[in-house]
Write a protein of this length. Structure first.
Ligand code: DAH
Length: 357
């Protein structure tokens, strides 16, 4: 075995036995460094005959390739071992607040709509209603018919509906309101029924006060002897807590919804100052939601035949958020302009504070 062959052998064993990246590097230098075997063999090439040169050159190149591959393999092995060790030993808590003294790092914000939904969830939850969800893709029955909006009823025109291509017996739509969750909850047939259902709703409409997707929250309380006074008490308290204003005045203005009778729209008092709406002051009125006593046809469609009554209400969450926090253009909610998000966003540790016990 020539000297080179021996070196090749021992270099590969050296690599095999190395215990870390540092040792591996010193092995690389030992063989490939300025004074390593490769260099000294390269220098010798000039003294050889052409034939010998060819032979030795080939061998050296081969060695280089095998050696480099082996070193690379071992390096990848050590590096992944190091990472695995780190994963095992180090613990990263992504929920820790960032160190704001670093200044340059931007903190992520909770979207205004998320914050508002969380506030509503906290309040309605504390007022005794339980959280319910329904599908965004609804069938005609739950979105319209069961809510006393039969086919060809003019009230269907109040909803600019997105229809989904008909695949079966039922016609599907993107729900135009959260009211279908009323039907889904009532179909369980249990009283007392006290639920609220926040979620996305869709209408084929887009301008300064409409976006094709927006959010609503629906409320429903069904039991024996629920009356309009209960509804007034509930909505009044909800609004005072939500807007953090004990002085807020409410007006229940007669209105029409097919699924309630009697129906009302709820206004809160306000005044306009320098182009801004100030709630709870002044003698103007601002509409904030619809409500009423559940229509007997809605009970019938849900299979409730007992002697029961109930109240329901529905409100637009963006509208509530705009009034409470002063955002003026509905479309901004979904434009994802980072300046708007920063201005109207909330710190994720800023839990809804509800000092109202
Ligand atoms: N679903 C109605 C809408 O989208 C809102 C509404 C009004 C819901 C009155 C109700 C209600 O439950 O009682 O415009």
């Amino acid at each position: 075995m020539s000297k080179l062959d021996k070196e090749i052998q021992s270099s590969l064993t050296d690599i095999e036995r190395s215990k870390n990246l540092l040792e591996l590097e010193s092995i690389r230098i030992k063989y490939f460094g300025k004074n390593g075997i490769i260099n000294s063999e390269m220098r010798k090439l000039s003294t050889l005959s052409i034939e010998e040169k060819k032979e030795a050159g080939k061998k050296l190149n081969n060695f280089k390739e095998v050696f480099n591959n082996k070193v690379l393999q071992k390096k990848v092995f050590f590096e992944s071992e190091e990472i695995n060790q780190k994963i095992k030993n180090e613990f990263l808590d992504p929920t820790l607040p960032i160190r704001s003294n670093l200044g340059v790092i931007d903190e992520g914000k909770v979207h205004l709509i998320t914050q508002t939904i969380e506030e509503i969830v906290s309040i309605l939850g504390k007022m005794g209603l339980s959280f319910q969800e329904g599908p965004d893709i609804e069938d005609d029955f739950h979105n319209f018919t069961a809510l006393n909006i039969p086919k060809d009823h003019p009230a269907r025109q109040m909803h600019d509906t997105f229809y989904i291509q008909n695949t079966g017996k039922t016609e599907n739509v993107l729900r135009t309101h959260t009211s279908p969750v009323q039907i889904r909850s009532m179909k369980k047939g249990e009283i007392p029924l006290k639920i609220f259902a926040p979620g996305r709703t869709y209408r084929c409409d887009s301008d300064i006060t409409h976006t094709p997707m927006f959010h609503q929250v629906e409320g429903l309380v069904v039991d024996k002897n629920i009356n309009f006074a209960n509804l007034k008490w509930f909505i009044t308290n909800f609004c005072k807590i939500f807007f953090k204003n004990e002085e807020l005045k409410l007006r229940f203005r007669p209105s029409f919804f097919p699924f309630t009778e009697p129906s009302a729209e709820v206004d809160v008092n306000c005044t306009h100052e320098k182009g801004k709406v100030i709630l709870g002051k002044g003698t103007d009125w601002m509409e904030i939601m619809g409500c009423g006593m559940v229509h007997p046809n809605v009970f019938k469609a849900s299979g409730f035949l007992d002697n029961i009554t109930g109240f329901a209400f529905g409100m637009g969450i963006e509208r509530l958020a705009m009034l409470k926090y002063g955002a003026s253009d509905l479309r901004d909610f979904f434009n994802n302009d980072i300046r708007w998000l920063k201005h109207f966003g909330f710190s994720y540790l800023n839990l809804p504070d509800l000092n109202w016990d």
